[in-house]
Design a protein around this ligand. Structure first.
Ligand SMILES: NC(=O)c1ccc[n+]([C@@H]2O[C@H](COP(=O)([O-])OP(=O)(O)OC[C@H]3O[C@@H](n4cnc5c(N)ncnc54)[C@H](O)[C@@H]3O)[C@@H](O)[C@H]2O)c1
Ligand SMILES: [Zn+2]
Length: 366
């Protein structure tokens, strides 16, 4: 399956195909003019797949320089990017060379940022190996790192030359990581496609099972289609792309106060979506039935993490620091209905408090 992403002279293809990792060399011969490649992987994807990819690339005539970097949100910083620069410079990379990211979103974001900035930009390819990276982070060209003061504060919009997706990479992914990708797929469907949201729910057992997930290429394809259409229309997030932050305003605050790593991004987003559903319900956008059905579904997905205790005060403080709370009215992504996201600028502090209370109650019993 192929999806063409249209950014004028920066257009490229996303390929989704089981077993595609064996053909990466042949495929990239068409989109890369450079012969010198840095293959940057995280520790797990590196140990599992770097060798296979290196052989495929070398057979196709590329000269491969493999580098394994530590993944983990705490390593997603300028120090690691600096180590990537050191590696590229020590190996005499130049403007004509290229960087391939093989791994989850953390590796893609960092390798992409290094590629965007070294020599003011060299060719970059994404080979995402987590469900979250396949449906979300590898699509749309956001790259970057965290700063001590907040997540993803340093970065660049930088489109890759290709995104190569092999659903078989997901066989080795722990179910907890599959849930994170699944959460982002639900997010995309809830803001843009009610039928897909329902299908995703019905197919959850496949999507959350490492043995079965490779059979869900079509669903991965559908989620990417949504993200692609949104980012094509608004590459630098001046409007519509903000819809992709559904569940993330409160989600980021939860991630922040729980300590990165204790709770995973997708889990925090699931929690954030519960609060956003409540805000949508308070705003009279969702019916009682829609609201109850989807909060119960999210609750069920989070069951293994419950009860989850959080401090409302700490979340509000994190949101204040993140400049998400002003004295007056706040901006949130809500659902106008299931399958239609909407940017709302007039959420009051009282509504936010009510939603956090609802969330706390929802997460307090298993
Ligand atoms: N650029 C964007 O638009 C965008 C969008 C969403 C999220 N993100 C970023 O993505 C990051 C999260 O990405 P993630 O969820 O992929 O996390 P991640 O990169 O930390 O990967 C999750 C874990 O899975 C391991 N792993 C990777 N591939 C594997 C495989 N095939 N088999 C077994 N283990 C494997 C990794 O080593 C890691 O331990 C966050 O930093 C987030 O900010 C970016
Ligand atoms: Zn996310």
């Amino acid at each position: 399956m192929k999806i063409h992403v249209n950014f004028a002279e920066r257009s490229y293809d996303i390929l989704i195909q089981k077993g595609l990792r064996h053909d990466v060399g042949e495929i990239l011969k068409q989109s890369l003019s450079s012969k010198r490649l840095a293959l940057i992987s995280g520790e797990k994807a590196g140990a599992l797949y770097q060798q296979e990819l290196t052989s495929s690339l070398e057979t196709a005539g590329f000269q491969v320089f493999p580098l394994i970097i530590k993944s983990g949100e705490m390593n997603k910083n300028m120090q690691t990017v600096s180590a990537i620069y050191d590696f590229l410079l020590a190996n005499k990379f130049d403007r004509g060379s290229a960087v391939i990211a093989l791994g989850g979103g953390i590796i893609g974001d960092m390798a992409g940022f290094a590629a965007a900035t070294i020599f003011r930009g060299i060719s970059f390819v994404q080979i995402p190996t987590t469900l979250l990276a396949q449906v979300d982070s590898s699509i749309g060209g956001k790259t970057g790192v965290n700063h001590a003061l907040g997540k993803n504060l340093i970065g660049a919009f930088y489109q890759p030359k290709a995104v190569l997706i092999d659903p078989q990479f997901l066989k080795t992914l722990p179910p907890r990581e599959l849930l994170c990708g699944y959460a982002e797929m639900l997010k995309m469907a809830l803001i843009a496609d009610a039928d897909l949201a329902e299908t995703l729910w019905l197919q959850r057992e496949k999507l959350l099972n490492p043995i079965l997930v490779e059979s869900t290429s079509q669903l991965i394809f559908s989620a990417i289609q949504i993200k692609k259409a949104i980012v094509e229309a608004d590459e630098t997030e001046s409007g519509r792309r903000m819809l992709l932050n559904f569940g993330h305003t409160i989600g980021h605050a939860i991630e922040n106060v729980s300590g990165y790593g204790n709770i995973l991004h997708g889990e925090a987003v699931l929690m954030g979506m519960i609060a956003a559903l409540h805000l949508s319900f308070q705003h009279k956008f969702l019916s009682d039935a829609q609201f109850t059905e989807w909060t119960q579904r999210f609750h069920q997905l989070l069951l293994e993490r419950l009860p989850f205790t959080f401090s409302k005060e700490k979340i509000l403080t994190a949101m204040r620091l993140d400049k998400k709370i002003s004295n007056g009215l706040m901006k949130f992504i809500l659902l106008k209905t299931i399958g239609k996201g909407i940017i709302i600028e007039n959420i009051s502090l009282t509504e936010l408090h009510d939603s956090l209370d609802f969330l706390e109650e929802n997460l307090s019993y298993g």
